[in-house]
Design a protein around this ligand. Structure first.
Ligand SMILES: *[C@@H]1O[C@H](CO)[C@@H](O)[C@H](O)[C@H]1NC(C)=O
Ligand SMILES: *[C@@H]1O[C@H](CO)[C@@H](O)[C@H](O)[C@H]1NC(C)=O
Ligand SMILES: *[C@@H]1O[C@H](CO)[C@@H](O)[C@H](O)[C@H]1NC(C)=O
Ligand SMILES: *[C@@H]1O[C@H](CO)[C@@H](O)[C@H](O)[C@H]1NC(C)=O
Length: 730
């Protein structure tokens, strides 16, 4: 029965799929959001408000639609594509797109003469996904797009009841199929995915040769996380560049996690310039059997951060460091601790960033900062030996922008005290930037937040940066509800955000640890977790970092532990405050621990106290006596929701130890232990945000189907083919 309905609906769709190109009367920037919709229906008001960008796109469409006959041979797109991405590693599937306030136009170039499928979903598979399939008919050269969706429990493509994709053009040559089509961002159709600010899994699939008008199983498929609306495009002006990269560093095949730090001297510039963006330079050449190979796509570089160093009078020493090869993270000279202001933060999956047009980060100002530290994190789980010259290409310009911007780090202090229990579907942790800190470090008129990079690792699913003023929460500054650690890009805050002295910042992360059976501890390794926001703002202040973590005593008490052998809670706290270094330990324990600790710590790099968790042996209470804290953690009954809910609540709404770090590595406010702030939570006004209520999607009724002239036996056969499965999921 159900199948029959799908098939009959398909009849209209296959016929209609050709229509949009012939319908010259459709206004360029208005999608036929619903074929059944009466043309008299009032247009949704949102479409009336056309931005400059929108009208530019409209103009471009007018040019395109003037042609009555579409000549595929001379096909040359007149659209300016704001973005382009290779969806696969080989470059066989290239997606370009440009969006207006309400619609988005795609150009898909794929190495196939069969069909090409594109999909949008919050998961990396086609279950419940929005799918669109396009092909060019080999017989007559006509292109078609078909709006489909994946059923909830099947890896199939089924034609949608309403077609929301409009074909603009399409052609094929000996090797490729190229199609351009567009849709509304939010089609208000339950079978389509609403394209918004969150990260979306873009699915693709290529059909076999000659698979036009029928959809046998694809021959190749994949997925890539992307954000379609936000990334700032590269400025269309000449830019200078500065390569900040390592010089032929050999990455040994014995360390799964390695941090490497190196100092760089700023380019010699006679006047102030603005840094306006950067791109990663990934240059990793595998070494196998003492032979050096050409660089390939597998690189152990996981993330890189370029920090600005506070100015130091001892130029000679810093110049020597700038000429040197750098240091293994934990062994870096203590003076480098002043390199705390992030300038560029790249993580795997990002192609780089450009700053919004009104801001730039100062470079080469007279008397300004002259040294920078590049930190490269290698995630070498496969233990390959690699010759690495990776780094960051910094783009800068003498044409100054309106404001000098700076980056501020906020969130949960990176340490083993940031614990995520296993088997949790939605476990939340939180980092606070205290009102005392912003009171002491912000200028009288406050700062303007421009964009935010939200950062966590593999188990994070949501990250939100919240804003509290006094006892009232203000709208969320930035949030990602489909976080994917494989794709990280800054998010512009629309219209910016005014942040004043005494306001509080709260970074909240939500993790899905259902795939893990041991607790995840905070740390820099890709298998550990983080919860950070890098906030781009202006004007520049002295504040560089503003974090919090659970106070040590409260942390251990939450897990039922009162006392350890050999170390008081205060001593344990000191170890964490000095980032897991051992300098505060009593001498006996120190040598003892260094022996056991060293192998693992050195293997793991700076471990932020994870090793310490294994070394701490419980004395009180008696029921856990003589167990290491780690063993105790591993044995806790994590599937008991009452327990984990209580832990989440205690750590989230309980005490927080706050840190407020200035650029010169001094404190902007004393370290404090404080309660979670009390404030009125923001009421989410879902109905107000939804713009769909103006349009109701009318489904084609059975009577419509009956009146369709296309319902002949031969077209039914074609539909049967159209509705056959394609499997996009890997
Ligand atoms: C076929 O089209 C693709 C995509 O537009 C293009 O990259 C390729 O160069 C074309 N090949 C030929 C032989 O024209
Ligand atoms: C690394 O060494 C190779 C020779 O093995 C050399 O060609 C290359 O320029 C070096 N890379 C850098 C960044 O100096
Ligand atoms: C714990 O270990 C200490 C020595 O480290 C030992 O004296 C004591 O008997 C042990 N207690 C238990 C309950 O095993
Ligand atoms: C929620 O939306 C409604 C309708 O748009 C509006 O009247 C109301 O003031 C909003 N409430 C809040 C708390 O913003």
């Amino acid at each position: 029965m159900h199948l029959k309905v799908v098939l009959t609906l398909g009849v209209i769709l296959v016929c209609d799929a050709k229509l949009p190109r012939l319908r010259q009367h459709i206004e360029p920037n208005h999608l036929p959001s619903n074929f059944a919709q009466n043309s008299q229906t009032a247009r949704p008001p949102q479409i009336e408000i056309k931005s400059l960008k929108t009208s530019r796109i409209v103009d471009q469409y007018k040019v395109r639609h003037r042609r009555d006959v579409f000549d595929s041979k001379s096909y040359e797109s007149s659209l300016i594509w704001a973005h382009s991405e290779r969806l696969d590693d080989n470059g066989d599937v290239l997606l370009r797109w440009v969006n207006s306030d309400s619609s988005i136009t795609f150009r898909l170039e794929a190495r196939t003469r069969g069909y090409v499928g594109l999909g949008f979903n919050s998961a990396r598979n086609m279950r419940g996904a929005d799918l669109v399939v396009a092909w060019v008919d080999d017989r007559n050269g006509n292109a078609q797009v078909l709006d489909c969706h994946g059923p909830e429990f099947d890896d199939l493509a089924v034609a949608d009841e309403v077609q929301n994709y409009e074909l603009i053009s399409g052609y094929q040559n000996d090797t490729h199929t190229t199609v351009e089509f567009r849709r509304q961002l939010d089609t208000c159709d339950k079978q389509d995915f609403a394209i918004g600010e969150d990260t979306v899994q873009v699915l693709w699939a290529l059909g076999p040769e000659g698979s036009d008008g029928e959809l046998p199983k694809h021959v190749k498929s994949g997925s890539k996380p992307l954000r379609l609306l936000q990334p700032v495009a590269k400025p269309q002006v000449p830019l200078k560049s500065w390569d900040v990269r390592l010089n032929n560093l050999t990455i040994p095949n014995v360390m799964a996690t390695l941090f490497w730090c190196k100092i760089f001297k700023a380019p010699d510039l006679p006047k102030k310039h603005h840094i306006v963006g950067y791109q990663p330079i990934i240059d990793s050449r595998p070494i196998k059997n003492n032979r050096l190979y050409e660089k390939d796509s597998s690189s152990p570089v996981h993330h890189m951060v370029l920090y600005e160093c506070a100015d130091d009078p001892d130029k000679q020493l810093w110049n020597e460091w700038a000429d040197g090869d750098g240091f293994f993270g934990p062994n870096r000279p203590s003076q480098w601790a002043t390199c705390v202001t992030p300038i560029a933060a790249w993580a795997i999956g990002s192609k780089g960033e450009y700053l919004p047009e009104n801001v730039g980060i100062t470079l080469g100002e007279k008397g300004g900062v002259s040294y920078y530290m590049l930190e490269v994190h290698y995630d070498n789980q496969a233990l390959h030996e690699v010759l690495d010259s990776s780094g960051i290409k910094v783009y800068y310009t003498p044409v100054l922008r309106a404001h000098d911007a700076a980056l501020l780090g906020a969130g949960v202090g990176v340490s083993a005290l940031h614990l995520i229990p296993p088997k949790q579907r939605q476990y939340r942790t939180v980092g606070i930037c205290s009102p005392e800190c912003t009171e002491n470090t912000m200028p009288t008129h406050g700062i303007n937040i421009v964009s935010v990079l939200l950062h966590a690792h593999g188990t994070a699913r949501k990250i939100a940066l919240k804003h509290v003023r006094g006892t009232q929460e203000l709208p969320i500054i930035s949030e990602e509800n489909s976080y994917d650690a494989r794709y990280q890009q800054s998010r512009v805050v629309p219209g910016g955000r005014k942040f004043v002295k005494g306001d509080t910042l709260i970074t909240e992360c939500t993790y899905d640890s259902t795939s893990r059976d041991k607790p995840i501890l905070g740390g820099y390794s890709a298998s550990q977790e983080m919860c950070l926001s890098f906030i781009l703002y202006y004007p520049r202040t002295e504040l560089a970092g503003c974090y919090s973590m659970t106070p040590v005593k409260e942390f251990f008490e939450t897990f039922g532990v009162k006392e350890f052998y050999g170390l008081t809670m205060l001593q344990v706290e000191n170890i964490f405050l000095s980032s897991g270094s051992l300098e505060n330990l009593p001498p006996q324990l120190e040598t003892d621990m260094q022996l056991k600790y060293s192998e693992e710590t050195v293997m793991q790099g700076d471990d932020q106290g994870v090793g310490l968790m294994k070394e701490l042996v419980i004395r009180e209470p008696a029921e856990f006596r003589n167990k290491s804290f780690m063993a105790h953690l591993n044995e806790m009954p994590w599937s008991e929701t009452l327990l984990t809910e209580q832990i989440e609540k205690t750590l989230y709404k309980g005490m927080h130890m706050t840190f407020c770090k200035k650029r010169d590595d001094t404190w902007g406010a004393p370290i404090q232990i404080q309660n979670y702030p009390t404030y009125n939570e923001l009421k989410t006004n879902e109905t107000a945000e939804k713009s769909c209520h103006q349009k109701s999607v009318r489904l084609p009724s059975v009577t419509n189907t009956n009146s369709s002239p296309a319902k002949t036996p031969s077209s039914l056969a074609a539909i049967l083919a159209v509705c056959t499965a394609i499997i996009v999921a890997r």
